[in-house]
Design a protein around this ligand. Sequence first.
Ligand SMILES: [Zn+2]
Length: 291
Amino acid sequence: MCLLLLTPGLLFEYQATRLNGMGILLVSAITLLVTGLWAWLPKYRLREAIRAPFPDRFVAILETNVPVYSKMTVELQQQLQHLIKQFLHQKTFYGCGGLAINDEIKVTIAGIACLLLLNRKSHVYPQLTSVLVYPSAFVAPRTEIEPGGVVTYHEEGLLGESWGDGRVVLAWDEVKEDASDFSDGHNVVLHEFAHQLDDETGSADGVPILGKRASYQSWAAVFSREYAALQSSAFHRDETFLDPYGATNPAEFFAVVTETFFEMPVELAEHHPELFGELESYYRVDPRAWQ
Ligand SMILES: [Zn+2]
């Protein structure tokens, strides 16, 4: 009744406001629906990928290229399969330098990388999006700033590389060679994915996410002592059980001792019991059981 007394201009304004209100409601509902769907769909697809059976041909690849797999308990094998399915679903493999990506490449790399994630409720390398694989050693450009501000460029041959922006780069022939001897303390996949774990804190400083404050304290005490000892030995060119490359910086030290922990656990526990203890607490497995 009141509306009839209003001027046509005001009446139009009232109707437009009303329509706008309905429109906003409709747009909000659609936005909510799309946002919900957007958030739900990847989780649904991941659940489906994990729920799918682990193919027998993948098991055969693990038995050949990840020798410790056959020595694990069934429970750990199932955990590893679960992690591998998640890894393969979430990460994209790219063949570089003419390499064609196949199941062997994907399952071998994912299988070794996921050894580092057993027995914990963590995401599967959340920052990682891509794994780039070359047939063999690849050349990476390097820029260095020398004293006096002179910038130099050179190229470096690499077997593996981990980036904080979500990429790991690997040489396939090195991956296979390292996998064929899982007891020499050298494994490029273990090394590069230890760097990924280190990067999850936001700084590559050789300290991954440890959780409790007490864990950081004991880690710092043991790792700083062991790192200093390796640096001193490397400086004096003394022979060391640990690869002297670990003396490069704390991040490389963590990557190197990770390789040693999984491939030479008995020797590491014997020569560096405290270091072994810290790594055992962090990785939540005892690879001595797989020897
Ligand atoms: Zn490294």
